[in-house]
Design a protein. Structure first.
Length: 379
């Protein structure tokens, strides 16, 4: 099986350390260890002392995740009625998506993908030879999902419906009414739902999960990368309440993972057990920065943001006569300005801008000013 070139990751990974103005990141500014323990109110000195006798055995009682980390994961879904047995720890969000898609889909199935989305969601099924039906969010609709289009795309062979919520790259979000309707559509066709919830948590009010509606074929994936500011731990998880499918995923996981890093799970447990504090810290960075970006866009005659972002990134439409991949490459070459071309989401004439990596708002403003100056070449 040959997979398509992975645009976002193969663009960002080599460029991230080279950028002077990094508008490409989709993560909230990373913790260091001291900051994590200060944010969560834990005793770092005691933790470091305990590490002297910490066992380096390959897992601590459960290969699908330590009892502590699996219990901590359930806490961020207070309305879902989860148990630790529903949780499977994996290597990052990419591992979660990969394992879930490969485990659910089989030849003869079709899947419905709400785009734009993370590239795994549509190019893994295509690589498997699965009929992949696209429901496209459109600029003329301000990127609002029409759930009638989702229902029209489904039939008796629709095995899986896939989406990101909040959306990547747009940030637009489905809330209670829309998620209930999506579950009803899945029930009608006996389809699974894979909901990538990596960006959940920005709203100060409760942001519902696909797990909140009692549908056992709803699978949620998430990780410590975005709102948790801990991408380097490479800790992600799958939540699947269907025991048969859980075992299918676990078998596939045994072929490529066995278990996650025990130190990563331990540090992740601390963040997850204190997720409200961690998310509050993320909001304190994201919310002011989002307003800075919105105000900046309002002053740009060639740019517009059509949807309110509820994640760490926004999608900006432009009317310059240049494709976004060329624009992104020229911005890095000329001024070391990094952003993600919309072409890597199959969204021409757009760019994805991340605003979570900037602890100092002045650094964000300087990056936007540099981008504004660069864009004048296309006028």
């Amino acid at each position: 099986m040959k997979l398509a070139w992975f645009g976002v990751e193969e663009w960002l990974n080599p460029m991230d350390s080279l950028a002077k103005y990094n508008l490409g990141s989709s993560c909230v500014s990373a913790f260091n260890m001291r900051e994590l323990f200060e944010c969560t109110g834990q005793d770092l000195d005691k933790f470091l002392e305990d590490m002297r006798e910490f066992s380096l055995h390959y897992h601590h009682g459960d290969a699908t995740g330590s009892p502590r980390v699996k219990k901590a994961v359930t806490g961020i879904y207070p309305k879902a009625g989860l148990t630790p047995e529903d949780v499977m720890m994996v290597i990052g969000g990419t591992g979660a998506n990969d394992l879930t898609i490969f485990s659910i889909l089989e030849h003869g199935d079709n899947c419905v993908v709400i785009k734009p989305s993370y590239q795994q969601h549509y190019d893994i099924p295509k690589g498997m030879g699965i009929e992949t039906r696209i429901v496209q969010l459109k600029a003329e609709d301000n990127y609002v999902l029409n759930l009638d289009d989702v229902e029209a795309a489904c039939d008796e062979n629709t095995k899986l419906i896939i989406l990101t919520n909040p959306n990547n790259p747009i940030g637009i979000t489905l809330y209670d009414e829309e998620l209930k309707r999506l579950v009803d559509i899945a029930k009608k066709y006996d389809s699974w739902i894979l909901c990538d919830e990596m960006y959940r948590g920005l709203d100060e009010n409760y942001m519902p999960s696909i797990l909140d509606y009692g549908y056992k074929k709803a699978v949620s994936v998430c990780s410590l990368s975005k709102m948790f500011s801990m991408a380097g731990t490479r800790i992600g998880w799958i939540i699947c309440r269907d025991r048969e499918m859980y075992e299918v995923i676990k078998t596939r996981r045994s072929y490529n993972t066995i278990c996650c890093g025990i130190f990563d799970e331990l540090v992740g447990s601390i963040a997850l057990e204190n997720y409200e504090k961690v998310w509050a810290r993320a909001r304190s960075i994201l919310l002011p920065n989002r307003e800075i970006v919105k105000e900046w866009i309002s002053r740009q005659p060639h740019l517009k943001m059509l949807a309110e972002p509820m994640g760490t990134t926004c999608l900006i439409d432009y009317d310059y006569d240049v494709d976004s991949e060329t624009m992104a490459k020229e911005a890095m070459e000329a001024d070391k300005i990094l952003f993600v071309p919309g072409d890597y989401f199959d969204m021409p004439k757009t760019i994805r801008v991340g605003y979570g990596a900037f602890r100092n708002p002045e650094d964000l403003k300087a990056s936007l000013d540099a981008l504004e100056k660069f864009l004048k070449r296309y006028e």
